[in-house]
Design a protein around this ligand. Structure first.
Ligand SMILES: [Zn+2]
Length: 442
């Protein structure tokens, strides 16, 4: 008998790797923060003795969900400017608000609120892009959340840095100070082709190669972005980025709603990743990423919510369902973006895009125990013929009962273990009082 930390015994397990098959009456063994084994529960009883044995008899265990594109601190801007198209929303509402309000405190309070929301919804990793990334990193560590910290770079000044070169200097300093934290991972995060010029992009490319970091960027979000760039530079943004040497297996393009067949083939051949954010794209009427065609071409497509200001939540259950339905609608094919495909987009594909598939993204021995239990016994999920169908098409984030990251319970029977929820809500109320006068509707 081997002594281990924790054993979770659910009704079903969907490991997501090597396949999305559903295992029944298996248990998941956790030791030293990692998955030690997944085997039939009777075999587990014979081989292991756990200091904590957790029964979840009506639940399915899945890999922790990966939100592959967020701006966590923007959670404080939830619902502040709705029903507006992207450039109007960004230039007349979000950017002026950010100029006035973004500070270390804003990022701290917004990120705390985001992490609490994500944990309650079964998300265990988020890939962020925002000002003061050192604060985002600090809050993730504080709450035991896994994060890919986006080392933001943008041409214009903010409270965080006054030039693209200064953003890059701060990025390198931050990466070097926290690179050994097991819960933190890093990516360069130049905002978008229209907001970062060639010189900083060239420097980022060289540094990304040197430090072996991915590059996370908004690309081809709207038709207007592509048209404007074509007029300004005489080429589409993706081509410009390719000419700068950025498109590689380390490149994470968010949105990609404007893609020709040639661009899909080219991007697949270069091994770049896409993060699909269907709800943000639909809400801002930005366009639609042709996900079914991208997947068919062999592109790895992950899933993200984008920031709460354009979603308006951090709910990957909602995003999975939207991705599945929108993907089928767009492809005019009911078999496109099936339930297994969409679950993989929200788990393993996210880990692959972020370069952390060795650590998380599936329930496989040796990986970190980033695990979520979803209660499928509620009225809304009955009768239940197929747990995977229930997860994607029917369950919601309210059915998430428990979340473990690196084996540590962060949500326990729907209770957050690293938060004072009263204090969290008080801080959100304070920001609401400060910002309420800026709320606008298109
Ligand atoms: Zn975004």
């Amino acid at each position: 008998m081997k002594d281990v930390e924790t054993i979770i015994s659910p009704r079903w397990i969907i490991p997501a790797e090597p396949s999305t098959e559903v295992l029944e009456h298996h248990a998941l063994v956790i030791d030293a923060g990692c998955i030690a084994a997944i085997m039939p529960v009777n075999d587990v009883r014979q081989h292991y003795h756990a200091r904590r044995w957790i029964e979840r008899p009506a639940h399915v265990l899945i890999p922790g969900l990966i939100n592959a594109h967020t701006h966590a601190a923007m959670t404080l801007l939830r619902g502040i400017a709705d029903d507006l198209p992207l450039m109007d929303w960004l230039t007349h509402h979000i950017w002026p608000l950010e100029q006035k309000w973004v500070s270390e405190t804003f990022v701290r309070d917004g990120t705390d609120l985001a992490i609490a929301e994500m944990l309650r919804g079964g998300t265990t990793t988020f890939n962020d892009m925002y000002f003061f990334p050192e604060i985002t990193a600090q809050r993730a560590l504080q709450h035991g959340m896994r994060a890919v910290i986006g080392l933001i770079v943008i041409d214009f000044p903010s409270a965080y840095a006054d030039s693209a070169a200064a953003y890059i200097d701060q990025a390198v300093t931050l990466y070097e100070s926290l690179r050994d934290s097991p819960l933190l991972h890093f990516a360069f995060a130049p905002h978008a082709p229209y907001s970062v010029s060639d010189t900083p992009l060239q420097r980022i490319r060289a540094l990304a190669d040197e430090l072996d970091l991915p590059i996370h960027m908004h690309v081809h979000e709207t038709r207007a972005e592509v048209q404007q760039a074509s007029q300004q530079f005489g080429q589409r943004p993706l081509q410009r980025l390719a000419d700068l040497g950025l498109i590689s297996p380390g490149f994470i393009a968010v949105h990609m709603t404007q893609l020709t067949d040639e661009e899909i083939a080219f991007y697949a051949e270069r091994g770049g990743h896409i993060v699909h954010c269907p709800e943000s794209n639909m809400k801002l009427a930005s366009g639609a990423c042709p996900v079914a065609r991208c997947l068919k071409a062999g592109i790895n497509v992950a899933l993200g919510t984008d920031g709460v200001a354009s979603n308006n939540d951090l709910d990957l259950f909602g995003e999975m369902r939207t991705a599945a339905l929108f993907g089928k609608y767009l492809a005019e094919d009911a078999s496109a973006l099936s339930a297994p495909t969409v679950l993989r987009m929200a788990t393993l594909n996210g880990a692959r895009a972020l370069g952390i598939a060795e650590v998380t993204g599936s329930l496989v021995p040796g990986k970190s125990a980033d695990v979520v239990a979803v209660d499928l016994s509620a009225v809304e999920t009955q009768p239940l013929y197929d747990p995977l169908s229930a997860l994607v098409y029917c369950a919601s984030r309210q059915h998430v009962s428990d979340v473990w990251i690196a084996g540590k319970p962060l949500l326990s029977e729907r209770r957050l273990t690293t938060f004072d929820e009263t204090a969290l809500l008080q801080k959100a109320a304070l920001w609401q009082e400060r910002l309420v006068g800026f709320a606008k509707r298109g």
